[in-house]
Design a protein. Structure first.
Length: 308
């Protein structure tokens, strides 16, 4: 079991500023996917926002893949799906701290299953308490998050993620180089608007050294304020406008996950066709990706979100 230490550093002070202790950075936050790709080349630890099939940063994950980042430490909200699976399938991940990765009702995430079976990736044993406890410690800028109020189970016993500070037993801060988030709407100041739950996205934004959000549409700050800001702009460093950016997953209130695409992906990977899928859907830019999805299918996914 590791023992915690108290560290004061420039990085920690910067995180304190990001948590609202000082003024946020100035200037516009709108950027391009090409600029994002350049900045993601040297990333080593990543948190993915959203939950399972909803509000996942699929377009930013494709940018991360094109950037060539490798040997990643990957974490997420407690349930991840296609976005984590494609990173694993591409061989870009060294360590995973995510309790659950699947394609929801479609079943197993095929690349994740293969990576676990071959032992090429370290999958840390963790539950929601261990994962979210790390984000809580980081977001509050404290050296430990005790777990007794977070609903722990037998995964906690003897877990190497546990630390002890005096009489306190808990988990250390989980800080990452970059958090990749998705929101349906956002403005040029970095304010994000979610419809429904933001899940663990706020905790991730407070825990990351750099936060990049993709939004389906950029709106004015006045509209964002009227709709209700779910993540404030002082926590967001960059915003990329990418219509249907969560596809093949869903954007709550805008469009649902494309289960046909996910089923085809699952079948292709199981049949050994990951390389072909990767070349067709991940190595291309966003507009080229969308060109491969029929416009009628995108409209259908939008209608399903409205009717749901």
């Amino acid at each position: 079991m590791a023992r915690c230490t108290f560290v004061t550093s420039a990085a920690a002070r910067a995180r304190g500023r990001r948590n609202g202790c000082e003024s946020p950075r100035g200037g516009r936050t709108i950027t391009s996917l090409l600029d994002v790709e350049r900045r993601l080349q040297d990333v080593r630890s990543v948190a993915l926002g959203g939950m399972l099939l909803e509000n996942r940063p699929s377009t930013l994950v494709r940018a991360l893949l094109r950037a060539g980042a490798t040997r990643l430490f990957l974490c997420s909200a407690p349930a991840a799906s296609w976005d984590a699976d494609v990173l694993l399938g591409a061989g870009r991940v060294a360590t995973v701290r995510i309790p659950h990765i699947s394609l929801a009702g479609l079943g197993a995430a095929p690349a994740t299953r293969r990576a676990a079976a071959t032992g090429t990736v370290v999958f840390e044993d963790c539950d929601e308490a261990l994962l979210l406890g790390g984000f809580l410690a980081a977001s509050n800028n404290v050296p430990i998050q005790v777990l007794h109020n977070l609903g722990t189970n037998d995964l906690v016993e003897g877990n190497p993620l546990l630390i002890r500070c005096g009489d306190l037993l808990g988990v250390a801060p989980l800080r990452v180089d970059v958090a990749l988030l998705h929101a349906p709407l956002g403005d040029a100041e970095g304010n994000l608007v979610h419809f429904g739950s933001r899940w663990a996205d706020l905790l991730m934004a407070r825990s990351a050294g750099h936060v990049i959000a993709q939004v389906d549409h950029v709106i004015t700050t006045a509209v964002a304020a009227r709709l209700g800001v779910s993540i404030p702009g002082y926590l967001v460093d960059e915003v990329v406008e990418a219509p249907f950016g969560a596809h093949p997953l869903g954007s709550v209130g805008a469009y649902v996950a494309d289960l046909d695409h996910l089923a085809a992906y699952q079948a292709t990977v199981k049949a050994g066709g990951f390389a072909g899928y990767f070349a067709r859907y991940c190595e291309v830019d966003h507009l080229s990706y969308l060109d491969q999805v029929p416009a009628a299918r995108l409209r259908e996914l939008e209608r399903a979100a409205r009717s749901g």
